[in-house]
Design a protein around this ligand. Structure first.
Ligand code: FES
Ligand SMILES: [Fe+2]
Length: 451
C-alpha cells in the first residue's frame, strides 16, 4: 500500500488522484464535491453523450428525454427528418418545457408563462408579445439552446455541448465503434419503448469501473452462479481480452482464443450451433460478413464495452447509461432492443435478461448495487476518504498484441488493465482545459510492449 494521504480541506488536484505506474487511486474522487462539479463541466460537458437510438424517433415530433450530466435535454426529430438535441430549459425563467419522458408533439409549450417552441427549438409564440413586450422581443435570439453537435453512428445518436469536440466517429475511434458494432452487426435494431430506471447510492465511476470487473463475478454473484441463473463458462476468469481505446473507451471481459474460435467455425460449417446464448453468439460471429465487421480481435471479444464516459453496451440485448446525480447517487437507465427477425429462443433470452439479470429487479444488479453503494460510503468519511485503493492487478504482467488488421489488445486472465485505463483517461479529461488541450495531451493506447 502506498503512503496514506490524510484528507484535508485543500482543493484536490486530479493529477494526484491516480498513479498509473502503481495502480493506486485516491478514494476522494468518489466523494469530493469539487471533483464532481468539475466532472460535469470537463467530462460530461465536453464528451459525446449517448442520447437514444434512431428507431426511438421514427416520426417528426417524436422525442426522447435524456441527460448530459445534470443538464436535461430533449432529443427530437424535426419536420425535415433531422434529430435535434435541445436543452430542456425555457430561456424566460428556466422552467422545463417538457415533462414527459418520451412521446410525440407539435411544439414544446412552457407551462409557466406559455412561451412556445418548435421542434427546432425556435421561439414561435409568447403570450402578450405585442401588449406586454410591445413587440420588442427578438424571437430568433430566445429559442431553446441546442447541443453544439448531434451525430449518429449506425443508428446510435450522440450529442455534445462542446463545439470544439472532434467528429463522433473520431471520438469513438475503433474501440468505441466496435462496442456499437457488436450490436449493429446483428441486423436491423429496434429499441423498445420504456427504459427501466433506478437509482443507486453510488458514485457514477464505481458503476462504470465495475463493468470491466470480472474479478467480482464469482464472489458477488456466487448465488446467481450456483442457481444457474447465469452460465459459468461464459464468465471464465482465465480467458480474457482487454481492448483500450482513445479518450477512455475500453472493452474488458471474456475473449475466446483463436483455437476456440476455429472450433466454432468448424461446428458452424458442420451444421450450425444452437446451444446457449454464448454458443449462438460465437456462431453468429463466425458468419461471413460479421467476422470482417468486428475484426481479428473484435470477433473473439465477449467483454463489456464502455463508451466513455458512461454508456455500457451490454452484450445481452441491453444498454445501460449511468447518469450522475451528485457524487453519491447514480441513475441507471436500461435500454432494451430487439433485432429484426430474431429467433424465439433469442427473444426468450432477451426477456429473461431484461427482467431478471439487470435493471431494478435484476439479481446481478442488486448484488452489484449494494457493493457500489458501500464502496461509495467508504469514500465519504473524513478519514477514509484520504485512503488509497488498489487497482494494481496484472500491472506490468501482460503484453499488448497487435493483429494484422491493426486491432490491438491484451489476451490474459482477469486483470484491472481497463480500470487503470479508465482512471488514467479520467485524469486526462480532468486536467485538460479544452478539447484542443485534451487532443494534444491524451495518451494513445499502446499497441505493443509490456502493460
Ligand atoms: S419560464 Fe417559460 S414562459 Fe416563463
Ligand atoms: Fe456484477
Amino acid at each position: 500500500m502506498s503512503e496514506t494521504i490524510i484528507a484535508t480541506d485543500r482543493r484536490i488536484n486530479p493529477a494526484d488522484c491516480f498513479d498509473p505506474d502503481t495502480g493506486v487511486l485516491q478514494r476522494r474522487i468518489f466523494s469530493d464535491q469539487e471533483i464532481y462539479r468539475e466532472e460535469l463541466r470537463r467530462i460530461f460537458g465536453r464528451a459525446w453523450n449517448f442520447m437514444c437510438h434512431e428507431s426511438q424517433l421514427p416520426a417528426a415530433g417524436d422525442f426522447f428525454m435524456n441527460w448530459i450530466g445534470e443538464d436535461e435535454v430533449i432529443a427530437v426529430r424535426n419536420r425535415n427528418g433531422e434529430i435535434n438535441v435541445l436543452l430542456n430549459s425555457c430561456p424566460h425563467r428556466g422552467n422545463t418545457v417538457c415533462r414527459a419522458e418520451l412521446g410525440n408533439t407539435n411544439s414544446f409549450f412552457c407551462s409557466y408563462h406559455g412561451w412556445n417552441f418548435d421542434l427546432d427549438g425556435r421561439l414561435i409564440g409568447m403570450p402578450g408579445e405585442d401588449q406586454f413586450y410591445r413587440g420588442s422581443v427578438d424571437k430568433t435570439a430566445w429559442g431553446l439552446t441546442p447541443a453544439a453537435k448531434v451525430e449518429s453512428y449506425r443508428g446510435f445518436v450522440f450529442a455534445t455541448l462542446d463545439p470544439a469536440a472532434p467528429d463522433l466517429k473520431d471520438y469513438l475511434g475503433w474501440v468505441g465503434r466496435l462496442g456499437i458494432d457488436f450490436i449493429a452487426s446483428k441486423g436491423e435494431i429496434r429499441f423498445l419503448d420504456g427504459v427501466q430506471k433506478n437509482r443507486i447510492q453510488c458514485n457514477w465511476k464505481l458503476a462504470v469501473d465495475n463493468l470491466f470487473d470480472w474479478y467480482h463475478v464469482k464472489v458477488s454473484h456466487g448465488t446467481a452462479l450456483k442457481l444457474g441463473v447465469v452460465g459459468e463458462e461464459s464468465m471464465s476468469p482465465m480467458e480474457q481480452m482487454v481492448v483500450l481505446g482513445e479518450y477512455g473507451h475500453a472493452i474488458s471481459g471474456p475473449g475466446i482464443s483463436e483455437a476456440r474460435y476455429q472450433e466454432a467455425v468448424q461446428r458452424v460449417s458442420e451444421g450450425g450451433e444452437d446451444g446457449e446464448w454464448f454458443d449462438r453468439e460465437v456462431a453468429r460471429r463466425v458468419q461471413p460478413g460479421v467476422a470482417e465487421q468486428l475484426g481479428a480481435l473484435g470477433k473473439r471479444s465477449f467483454g463489456h464495452p464502455n463508451i466513455f464516459p458512461n454508456l455500457w453496451v451490454n452484450l445481452t440485448p441491453q444498454l445501460c447509461l449511468r447518469i450522475p446525480r451528485g457524487p453519491f447517487e447514480t441513475e441507471l437507465w436500461w435500454f432494451t432492443y430487439e433485432v429484426e427477425g430474431m429467433s424465439e429462443k433469442d427473444r426468450k433470452f432477451l426477456q429473461f435478461m431484461a427482467n431478471h439479470i439487470f435493471g431494478p429487479a435484476g439479481l446481478l444488479e442488486q448484488d452489484d448495487g449494494e457493493n457500489w453503494s458501500h464502496s461509495t460510503r467508504g469514500a465519504k468519511g473524513s478519514f477514509g476518504q484520504g485512503l488509497p485503493l488498489n487497482y494494481a492487478m496484472g500491472l506490468g504482467a501482460d503484453q499488448m498484441q497487435s493483429a494484422s488488421d491493426g486491432q490491438s489488445g491484451i489476451e490474459t486472465v482477469v486483470s484491472e488493465h481497463a480500470q487503470r485505463w479508465l482512471y488514467n483517461s479520467w485524469q486526462e479529461w480532468m486536467l485538460a482545459d479544452s478539447w484542443q488541450d485534451l487532443m494534444a495531451s491524451h495518451a494513445m493506447p499502446p499497441t505493443q510492449g509490456t502493460i
